[in-house]
Design a protein around this ligand. Sequence first.
Ligand code: NAP
Ligand code: G4F
Length: 340
Amino acid sequence: MSKTAIVFGITGQDGSYLTELLLEKDYHVVGITRRVSTGNTGRISHLMDSPQLTLVEGDLTDYSSILRTIEEYRPEEVYNLAAMSHVGTSFDQPLLSFDVTGKGCLNILEVIRDHSPFTRFYQASSSEMFGDSIRGDGYQGEDTLFNPQSPYAIAKVAAHQASKLYRQSYGIHASCGILFNHESERRGGRFVTKKITKYIARLNKHLVLGRPIEEAPILTLGNLDAKRDWGHAEDYVKAMWLIVQQDEPDDYVVATGEAHSVRDFLETAFSKIGVENYMDFVTQDPKYMRPSEVPYLRGDYSKALARLSWKPEVSFDKLVDRMVKYDIMELGELKCQDSI
Ligand code: NAP
Ligand code: G4F
């Protein structure tokens, strides 16, 4: 008998990759989608014909729709990937961020506690929860202190601690993946990596068409010195599934163990179209700076390696390469330059 999994956040980057993985494993996947005035199912359009996929309209802030869906489908597993996931936006919309990203998780936990205690639960926790906290050896691990630096991170800490509390107090199989930044061809356009690779595609087109360099588009960014531990989302959803399959629920850091600055990302991405002097095309605007920044994230994934046999497969260079190539192809029928 195939298992049933409910995926909150199925229309997002991770939701789409996780659904591919679960369908490959013969799950019945029930995806929760928000009713919006324009389409939000682009990332899962290639999966829509699967008889194993059911989409149900709902919202993480609406307890009643969560209750009805869990009661109807009696899932073996629930993955909570839904969130207002943009850190910068959370400074402008802190209350919404808390309602969705923090309290939304509690809505699911309460339904599981009262109506479906056998259901296993996965919470999408975040390295943002560490804020500016770093271990002596330069990594963040499962035991590193949380010191959140944004409304988003505060909400994620609340959801993380609630998941832990429901595990310890009510015996619910609730686990958290503390995932460091992960990107992909499907990354949302307002995150810095995708913003850069989409720009590279525009610049590449400009150069391939032989237009004057002085008329090249400019890329406007915020803080270039922050360092992130960037992996590929396809690798990270495998860790999510493995976490839920463990006999005992627990929390795991999922990362690559490498830190790169936004400048490193820029340099690597520009090099893919043969441009060395990338700062000629980049400007900074305070509107993209955050009131409080997380300066450095680098995860120690040794627990995931030891207990789940999980390790990242896609290197930093390969990640950038895949994103740049995809965006160049997306932009038009133009061929990539030879250097790509
Ligand atoms: P994403 O692409 O922004 O996807 C977020 C998903 O949440 C979308 O499906 C979105 O639906 C849904 N959503 C937002 N508000 C909702 C609501 N009120 N009710 C129901 N669904 C709602 O994010 P992602 O990169 O896939 O990340 C997945 C999860 O992992 C998020 O919780 C994120 O905070 C967390 N995380 C991400 C990273 C990372 O680097 N990607 C790292 C650590 C943790 P719409 O499509 O309708 O907007
Ligand atoms: O791409 P970002 O917006 O990702 P951020 O803030 O690290 O958050 C992502 O990763 C978290 C895990 O650590 C997730 F929990 C969260 O949901 C999300 O997926 O920004 C990365 C860095 C930041 O330091 C930011 O200040 O890039 C810097 N940055 C510089 N210019 C910019 C820009 N970020 C954005 N979004 N846009 C810019 O123009």
